[in-house]
Design a protein around this ligand. Sequence first.
Ligand SMILES: O=C(CO)[C@H](O)[C@H](O)COP(=O)(O)O
Length: 264
Amino acid sequence: MKTTGGTDAQKRRAGESAAAAVEDGDVVGLGTGSTAAYAIRAIGRAVDSGLDVRGVPTSFGARALARDHGVPIVELDAVCGPDSPGIDLAIDGADQVVLGDDSNDGTIDGSATDGSATGEAETDGAGNASGALIKGGGAAHAREKVVDAAADRFLVVVDPSKRTDALDADVPVEVLPEARTTAAAAIRDAGGEPALRRAERKDGPVVTDNGNLVLDCSFGRIADPDQLAETLATVPGVLEHGIFVDLADEIHVGTADGVTVRSV
Ligand SMILES: O=C(CO)[C@H](O)[C@H](O)COP(=O)(O)O
């Protein structure tokens, strides 16, 4: 169900722009997906050059990539308990992000991605607060939400194809295997059309890192993401859904010739 139409260069610019915000001594949430992967690789290069960071991975894939690129890994428990440092910032991708038009975006050229140019937050006419996201194209949204929400700052990295005025992509919902039928019925009652996510190189369904299944749920245009997020969270057997509201702090959009950064 991936909805990406961006180029690798756009993803790289977005990922590297957010990675440039990482400072010495930081604990960093390491997101999942092809755009966040560019940030992880850039952090790995910075570690090679002497940067002292520790990464909290959001998935099996992010953990493996961080290890391959020399980013020291730390468990969430070790940094988020009492008297622990916490997560300074998380960098993660998205399948859709509400951003409205780009008239308030700060622009950074491709060579100077220091994350310093930021625009103002906006709300579109339909009540969609800027920065609302759909995540979970990689079925990692449950751990992603835990890590991204725990961070002091959450930087979203996307290519322009992810921008929208209103969320309308399928919403991934992770469900306990035993609850797939009852949860699907409750989602239909809430106006959605759920489809069990099928594996591409294995018979049967996608199984998440947590051993659960994913229902990709079509709701059409989502007029009120907060309300739908609350509704989905109350369905028995739902572990987590892919609507992220009031979590993002900055959106880094890699473009053809640079990066735009929006504070939300
Ligand atoms: O939410 C995610 C994984 O669960 C990803 O961040 C999202 O699917 C974007 O991935 P990509 O950068 O490859 O388009």
